[in-house]
Design a protein. Structure first.
Length: 481
């Protein structure tokens, strides 16, 4: 959308030797994938998703740091406009990367923040539109293993990254949105997770079974949050005319983003769109195709100017504490959520259901154990973020597949559309039942009945076998006699 701010994306790839190992112990897999190969697929997908308004740089590091796709370039390094030629060149360079050497996280992060700082300085010197520099994202891909410089420890890396984030963000009212991805490593105590908590960032453990889009769903969700605010309610986008693959005729696509607005921030759920042929539009308008295209452009531009004339503040990504935790939960599950300081945790434990003694002498280990329980509502108590998480209907292993039947679902809430009673964990009486959903788990009565019938059948078959056996034995004895 032309109303959203451009993204400035800096991708940092760990290409040390350990990244050449297989994902998820795939030694016996028919098509084994290394950490490096998996990372390449994710990174190239991100690159191809950028628009011409965005800027990008890709960095690789092992023992040394290199700017990918820019051979012969010299400092000061800066991000560049993500035009098709640049994206194609960087994609080719990413696919050609090989693993080498040990892993120096400090060098990789230092290069990335220098590049971000240089780019921001350049924009500040050449433009007064500071609103255009606010959406800066740092995406760091690794397997969680570092071994350089000698003597380095987790806290040294956390302190270094925190200080560089603070330095860059001190340049203005904007944030460096930091995303850390740990390939084949779900240890919640690892330094990548700790960095995310220290800088209000986002950490995700990655396994090979994840779809490429699912790996970066937190990154995509964060940048979609402005369009989920009240300022863009009912906002739609008209595409430029293009040739439909199905008919070979020109036409338009009208689309809108869909949000669940019952959580905070509104959660991006997907997109809905419809195709309109240029000929159909021309018949309605009554002019030539060129006149029709011009009329549609004027109508949509006027609609944007009058209804969606937002300010820089309206489109700013300035997440609250609970909104950050919500996106962490969406992206990496409960393990990606950052717990508050121990003092606040102990106070929260005293208020947990069942803790009637008010005992606040809770150990760190006990707090972690409570955090990892299955009940999502405990996060409400720990984090005081009761509206930040989506809870699915228990037992529902799929959602209806006929959500496109708009007339049948008209005026129904989100919960009713997915067959969930509003505020409850049971089926809604208003569920349209377009796609029958049932809990596949058997009740205790059903299990008992099956066991009883099975035992009865086994006993009958056993008796029949004994009868046949004795009858044959008696017949043999009579023949012998």
């Amino acid at each position: 959308s032309s109303l959203t701010k451009p993204r400035h994306v800096v991708i940092v790839m760990d290409t040390s030797r350990s990244m050449g190992q297989l994902m998820d112990n795939q030694a016996n897999s028919a098509n084994p994938v290394t950490k490096l190969a998996f990372m390449k697929n994710v990174v190239t997908s991100i690159l191809r998703g950028l628009s011409n308004m965005d800027s990008v740089s890709v960095i690789r590091f092992g023992e040394r740091v290199h700017l990918v796709g820019h051979p012969g370039s010299v400092p000061p390094y800066m991000w560049q406009r993500a035009n098709p030629d640049l994206i194609a060149r960087i994609v080719d360079a990413v696919n050609a990367v090989e693993v080498t050497g040990r892993s120096d996280w400090i060098a990789g992060f230092d290069f990335a923040f220098d590049l971000i700082d240089n780019s921001l300085r350049n924009i500040a010197a050449t433009s007064r539109d500071n609103c255009k520099i606010e959406n800066t994202a740092l995406l760091f891909f690794t397997d969680g293993i570092y071994n350089l410089p000698d003597g380095i420890n987790d806290q040294d890396i956390i302190d270094f990254v925190s200080s560089r984030v603070e330095q860059v963000e001190g340049r203005g009212e904007f944030f460096v949105h930091t995303f850390l991805y740990s390939l084949n490593n779900d240890d919640v105590t690892q330094v990548a997770k700790q960095i995310s908590c220290a800088v209000d960032g986002f950490w995700k453990p990655v396994v090979s079974s994840m779809g490429i889009a699912n790996v970066t769903n937190g990154y995509q969700t964060l940048f979609s949050t402005p369009l989920g605010t009240e300022f863009f309610y009912n906002y739609t986008t008209w595409s430029e005319p293009y040739i439909f693959a199905s008919s070979g005729e020109p036409g338009y696509t009208v689309s809108a983003l869909v949000y669940n607005r019952e959580v905070d921030p509104p959660r991006f759920m997907g997109a809905v769109g419809t195709d309109i042929s240029a000929e159909a539009s021309r018949r309605i308008y009554g002019g030539t195709l060129e006149e029709t295209d011009q009329a549609i452009t004027e109508i949509t531009n006027e609609n944007i100017d009058t209804k969606f004339n937002t300010t820089c503040e309206d489109t700013r990504i300035n997440l609250t504490y609970c909104e950050i935790q919500s996106i962490r939960h969406l992206s990496g599950g409960r393990s990606a959520i950052c717990l508050p300081p121990v003092q606040k945790q102990v106070q929260a434990v005293a208020q947990l259901p069942g803790n009637t003694t008010g005992d606040t002498n809770t150990t760190d280990t006990e707090i972690i154990d409570i955090e990892t329980t299955e009940t999502v509502t405990l996060f409400d108590v720990f984090l005081n973020c009761s509206n930040a998480f989506i809870q699915n209907c228990p037992g529902m292993d799929e959602y209806p597949t006929d959500l496109w039947r708009n007339v049948a679902l008209e005026d129904k809430s989100y919960e009713d559309r997915v067959c969930c009673e509003v505020g409850e964990d049971s089926l809604s009486s208003l569920c349209p039942k377009l796609d029958q959903i049932s809990d596949t788990k058997l009740s205790e009565t059903a299990i008992f009945s099956i066991l009883f019938i099975s035992l009865a059948i086994t006993e009958i078959l056993g008796c029949y076998y004994c009868f046949r056996y004795k009858k044959r034995k008696r017949a043999k004895e009579e023949i012998i006699d």
